[in-house]
Design a protein around this ligand. Structure first.
Ligand SMILES: CC(C)(COP(=O)(O)OP(=O)(O)OC[C@H]1O[C@@H](n2cnc3c(N)ncnc32)[C@H](O)[C@@H]1OP(=O)(O)O)[C@@H](O)C(=O)NCCC(=O)NCCS
Length: 203
């Protein structure tokens, strides 16, 4: 496929691709359609931004999401990179990544990019990414002994600690606030552990 016939677009400027994009990503990483759509609908000109790869027949071929890294403002985190299953191995992933890099450098004025992967290290290494120490995209450190990012405790905007049944003692009163997090989940643990390989590239 000729690169001239391919376009990389911002998803939020082409909402007709929201549903196909949700299906493309969920075909690789199954997840609730509602949660996936909420994540995709968050795309904006600032971060997070979902970029999509389209061919000359306006057919969706790939997706990539850019997320802010609060502790490294000159970088962003590349995630959910996916090419349609039937179209893999034709350099479309490489083309998407190169366009994403141009976008990050020229539009977002970033100096570097970070990502994590489990199994696609060679794909990214061929694009110039190097292995680096794990980073947290949620802040400056991982809590919870480093095994789980702190914000994984919240799904779909609902704290898993909250009491969905309301105030048991006084049913007319609103539910009590969630309990304070355990102290050890607030203490920084600088020995970040991850089963993924973290990689970065200077732009
Ligand atoms: C990873 C992915 C985006 C690559 O897209 P693609 O269009 O198939 O990749 P390309 O054709 O551009 O491949 C470029 C090079 O990387 C290599 N490569 C691609 N996927 C690879 C893999 N899984 N392992 C090793 N090498 C790989 C190709 O062989 C090719 O090498 P070459 O230049 O020597 O021929 C695609 O396979 C995909 O969507 N995978 C499932 C989702 C996923 O795992 N995403 C990454 C999340 S971190």
């Amino acid at each position: 496929m000729e690169p001239e016939s391919l376009k990389v677009l911002r998803l939020h400027e082409h909402p007709q691709y929201l549903r196909p994009c949700c299906e493309l990503i969920n075909d690789e990483w199954p997840r609730s359609e509602t949660a996936r759509m909420i994540s995709l609908q968050a795309s904006c000109n600032h971060l997070p931004t979902s970029l999509i790869l389209i061919n000359d027949k306006e057919y969706l071929l790939g997706h990539c999401k850019l997320t802010a890294i609060p502790s490294i403002p000159e970088s962003c985190f590349i995630e959910t990179v996916v090419i349609k299953k039937s179209m893999r191995g034709r350099k479309l992933g490489s083309h998407l990544m190169k366009q994403v890099e141009k976008y990050c450098k020229n539009v977002l004025q970033l100096k570097m990019l970070h990502l994590s992967t489990k199994g696609q290290e060679n794909f990214y290494a061929k694009l110039g990414y190097e292995i680096c120490a794990p980073i947290s995209i949620y802040g400056t450190h991982f809590g919870n002994n480093g095994s789980t990012p702190v914000s994984n405790n919240i799904q779909n905007g609902v704290s898993l600690n909250s009491n969905p049944t309301g105030n048991q003692l006084h049913p007319s009163l609103p539910p009590p606030p969630p309990p304070m997090p355990k102290l050890n989940s607030l203490v920084p643990n600088y020995s970040i552990k991850s089963t993924k390989t973290f990689m970065f590239k200077y732009l």
